[in-house]
Ligand binder design. Sequence first.
Ligand code: ZN
Length: 249
Amino acid sequence: MLIAVLSDIHANLEALDAVLGHAREAGVCATYVLGDIVGYGADPQGVLDRLGALENTCLIAGNHDLAAVGRFDSSWFNTAAEDAIRWTAKELDDRGRTALEALEPRDKTPERLLVHGSVVEPITEYVTRSDIAARSFDAEEFSLCFFGHTHMPTVFVRGRKDVRSRKDVEGAVLKDRAPVRLGPGRTMMNPGSVGQPRDGDPRASFLLFDDVERVATLQRVTYDIDTAQRKIRAAGLPDVLADRLALGR
Ligand code: ZN
């Protein structure tokens, strides 16, 4: 089965639509969404409606999703993010609020674990380095974990099950269309961000995962950045949130 793994959509409907169109053409049967569905962008309700209409989805909460419905302290955020949280909270309708209130911070099956931040701190921790990933590998048994939050497409692999040291975790940056075959080791993968990429490539980022062949392939998709920026400015959201979309930073 081919699965689309999406994270950090951040209320960017133009980016989400481009990604979903690409995923449909590829023939995906299921979609995972690793949190931060809203926040920063101008279409929180539109994005929630789009995801709500999909079949076979598993959605979990990110820090922005929880903050938008008062389940997470918004003083944790920088000013632009906090402004966006406040704007988002007002913009959501009852259906959107209910959808965000129902999100869990993680989801686990025998095949995979989904978290927004890390296994240790599912909502807040940024897994940016091998030693941080090592703590997640230590925290719990899983063979495959998908996570988001950093907006950077990355993979961390712990080669041997019986070794517990920070040095046995290897990290790498995922490259567009370069397939990664999962080996016998344990793997943590981040699909990058759909709606606000920060690795210098402004194209929307997500993963296609074939759970039979056990191959994950990063996909970068162009989308209508101008329209997403125009909507952010028209909504009165901070300019920086529009500007950064063109830079991928
Ligand atoms: Zn995010």
